[in-house]
Ligand binder design. Structure first.
Ligand code: ZN
Length: 287
């Protein structure tokens, strides 16, 4: 593990601490924000061994079991809507899904008539996709040009901020997009009612009510993007952002007791009214 002292997007050394000594899945780090470009990130960089530790089989089978396995029907519906968004911009062709997990989106893409390829770092998840007859490669995101293939569309659903160096990943992706091809980048964003409400609670309680706030900053995410800071990195990597789509999570995906489910649903309803939904998808074309 390495401490990060410069902004990962603009290299400024002017960093403000948002939360100190956050403990998540065995790691301790500070959440910092660049004073210049406002990018928020954890101030440690994990090495390969540490990354593999947090994405062990346990991640898929225990921690995120509901997300990857039990919500497949719900996820499928979400992905069918996303596929319609993809087809608003691109003719059918070669599609790469980065971080394709157990292959739910790959299956949807295939059913829509696309030539699907997935890249998944977890051998367990990748094998699950392969068993369904899907084209899933079990590898990391480095040296993507070694695939010796370029794509009409590359999708990054909830994956960009799981990379240790999201900007580098986007630059890597840029190398394998066809001229005028598109990328679709989705992540949860901190300029959302859910994050801002939890942060207000954290600040006003003198850091006593920290659980809702810290839930949004797991060690699995290296950057904690806002719509603006995500747009900055996408443009720096050589793309032009064409559209921003905001979505709520949908309560099915949220595990918790009745009260927290109610609270979650209420905040989601208000986020829609104020257009501050937690999920942001940026559509961008290669320049
Ligand atoms: Zn910066």
């Amino acid at each position: 593990m390495k401490k990060i002292c410069f902004c990962k997007s603009c290299n400024s050394n002017s960093l403000k601490i948002i939360a100190k000594d956050v403990f998540s899945f065995g790691f301790t780090f500070d959440i910092v924000q660049c004073e210049k470009c406002k990018l928020r990130f954890r101030n440690i960089e994990l090495d390969l061994e540490e990354t593999q530790k947090i994405y062990s089989d346990n991640y898929f089978l225990v921690e995120q079991k509901d997300y990857f396995f039990n919500q497949a029907d719900f996820k499928k519906k979400v992905f069918e809507e996303r596929m319609k968004l993809v087809q608003k911009y691109s003719q059918k062709g070669d599609l790469l899904d980065l971080g394709s997990a157990v292959g739910v989106f790959l299956e949807v893409a295939k059913n829509f008539g696309w030539n699907e390829t997935g890249i998944e770092i977890s051998s367990l998840a990748s094998a699950e996709a392969k068993n369904k007859g899907l084209n899933s490669l079990n590898r990391d995101f480095k040296n993507l040009d070694q695939l010796e293939k370029i794509f009409d569309v590359i999708t990054l659903w909830d994956v960009v901020d799981h990379s240790e160096k999201p900007l580098e990943l986007l630059k890597e992706v840029r190398k394998i997009v066809k001229p005028n091809g598109y990328i679709f980048v989705e992540t949860t964003v901190i300029d959302s009612l859910m994050f801002q409400g939890a942060e207000m609670l954290y600040d006003f309680s003198g850091n006593l009510i920290k659980k809702p706030f810290l839930k949004g900053y797991p060690v699995h995410h290296s950057n904690y993007y806002s719509e603006n800071s995500l747009r900055n990195d996408i443009e720096k990597a050589g793309f032009e952002v064409k559209e921003s789509v905001r979505e709520t999570f949908g309560n099915q995906i949220f595990a918790g007791n009745v009260f927290s489910k109610f609270l979650f649903k209420t905040v989601e309803a208000f986020s829609k009214i104020f257009h501050k939904e937690i999920v942001c998808i940026l559509v961008a074309r290669a320049k």
